[in-house]
Design a protein around this ligand. Structure first.
Ligand code: ZN
Length: 216
């Protein structure tokens, strides 16, 4: 089975990918890990990618696709299924991925979108606070009470890191919407998209995905 996982920051898609790869005996393919492996091996592709990474630039899509192609071709030979997590992130990447998979006659089976309303995502992502005294990061999913203390050291000196503030998270949502909505449309049009509600317990969500995959 060849799957792509999509979902906003905080949707829990990484968690679900980890659980499902175990249950369904799939491999999780992370482009970050693949890049690291290629650059460490100093393969021709790895060297090309490293040139960009060393300059702090994004690795161009065509190099990323070539690296993926090498890996998935190996997988096809060995009959290994996979979940792509974190790729594609843009419409051109999705198109390039499809074109490459078509060439090796191993098309995607499904794109799983873990769908969570933005209000809920915001609640999840802004629940994390940091203790100025000991550095612990307690979570207050229902909002931080005024008299909250650090569960580790008892200090009242809790603050939100820049990354955890409402403002920063809303900016991340903007980026997500801009990049991923066209991707969702694309997979919807070619009939691969499955929307799974990402609300509720982790196990419930896993079962929803399993139910969809079993029907395929
Ligand atoms: Zn503390």
């Amino acid at each position: 089975m060849r799957l792509v996982f999509l979902g906003a920051p905080g949707s829990g898609k990484g968690t679900q990918a980890d659980i499902l790869k175990e249950r369904l005996s799939l491999t999780k393919l992370s482009t970050g890990d693949l890049l690291r492996a290629e650059t460490e091996k100093q393969s021709p592709l790895g060297k090309k990618a490293a040139e960009y990474m060393n300059q702090g630039k994004l690795v161009p899509d065509d190099i990323m696709i070539d690296i993926l192609k090498k890996k998935v071709t190996e997988f096809e030979k060995e009959g290994i299924g996979y979940i792509l997590d974190g790729f594609p992130r843009t419409l051109p990447q999705a198109r390039a991925l499809d074109a490459m998979l078509e060439k090796i006659e191993a098309p995607l089976d499904a794109a799983i979108l873990i769908d969570v309303p933005e209000e809920e995502l915001l609640r999840r992502l802004t629940s994390r606070w940091t203790c100025r005294n000991c550095g612990a990061t307690p979570s207050f999913p229902g909002g931080k009470p005024d008299d909250a203390i650090c569960p580790n050291c008892g200090s009242k000196d809790l603050y939100q890191r820049e990354d955890d503030t409402r403002e920063t998270i809303l900016k991340r949502f903007d980026v997500y919407r801009k990049n991923t909505y066209p991707l969702i449309d694309y997979y919807e049009k070619n009939g691969l998209l499955h929307r799974i509600s990402g609300e509720g317990e982790i196990e419930e969500i896993t079962q929803r995905i399993e139910t969809v995959l079993k029907k395929m």
